[in-house]
Design a protein around this ligand. Structure first.
Ligand code: GSH
Length: 253
């Protein structure tokens, strides 16, 4: 993930409709990009899927063909059997998978649902979004000094977001964000913690500052499903507690 900047190209494209004859999920991604979250969830749910590599070295995410899947030119996309259009936005994909398979999310009528949803949106539109901008602030402001200042401001905000999540983990006594039940929140949060440590961090944020979050990351690292997702993404070692950037072509910070 960054991997995790956004594009500033706004080119209108015709969306692809109805993935005719699609029998399995089809995930489009590049190593250690936001598709890592979707991949962990697909693996966790034991779902069969095909993977289509998007070569970021040649900016394939901006190709006309890819923009028909996601007009923003952003990774990931999940093509979903039975849906009338490809899905983009990591949180939407994760939520859809959890709801469609009745796993990794509290049911809509559950008393945990509101708490779950607020953190899904917080992770997506605050933490993940701030991280993406902080990785490539120069995409948002041209003046290098201003870009540095934006980065510094976002770094403080990101540390604040992790502190809120740490408090939430402590409140519900962990090990997961909802308490006892593993959910898509945990995959999303652990991936953000990984990227926060390895991209443009400059030693500013450490998992040591959030012991409950560290414990959550350790729990996830024990799961065979996470090992498999990491292997498929080219992620070596401990992905969350001792993260190292992926050494594969097409992986960018
Ligand atoms: N809001 C989007 C963000 C996705 C995103 O930022 N993807 C990055 C990779 S992690 C990307 O495609 N970057 C390519 C680019 O900016 O050109 C989501 O949640 O899926």
């Amino acid at each position: 993930m960054d991997s995790c900047g956004v594009t500033d190209l706004l080119v209108a494209t015709e969306p692809t409709r109805k993935p005719e004859g699609l029998e399995r999920y089809r995930l489009h991604g590049s190593p250690d990009s936001a598709n890592f979250i979707v991949r962990m969830i697909l693996e966790e749910l034991g779902l069969p899927y095909d993977y289509v590599a998007v070569d970021r070295l040649i900016s394939e995410q901006n190709s006309e063909a890819y923009r028909r899947l996601n007009p923003q030119g952003l990774i990931p996309v999940l093509e979903v059997p039975g849906q009338d259009a490809p899905m983009f936005e990591t949180a939407a994909i994760a939520l859809h998978l959890a709801d469609a398979h009745g796993c990794l999310a509290p049911a809509p009528a559950s008393p945990q649902r509101g708490r779950f949803l607020k953190w899904v949106f917080f992770l997506s539109n605050t933490l993940h979004s701030d991280l993406r901008i902080s990785f490539k602030p120069e995409r948002y402001v041209r003046d290098p000094e201003t870009a540095l200042s934006l980065h510094a401001g976002l770094t403080r905000r990101i540390a604040g977001s992790f502190a809120h999540l740490e408090t939430e983990l402590a409140t519900w006594s962990g090990p997961f964000l909802l308490g006892q039940d593993l959910s898509i929140l945990d995959h999303y949060l652990a991936a953000c913690a990984r990227w926060a440590q390895i991209y443009r961090n400059e030693g500013k944020w450490s998992l040591a500052a959030t012991p409950h979050l560290r414990a959550l990351c350790e729990r996830l690292e024990m799961r065979p499903t996470i090992h498999r997702a990491c292997e498929l993404e080219g992620i070596e070692g401990k992905p969350f507690t001792e993260p190292r950037p992926v050494q594969l072509p097409g992986t960018t910070a």
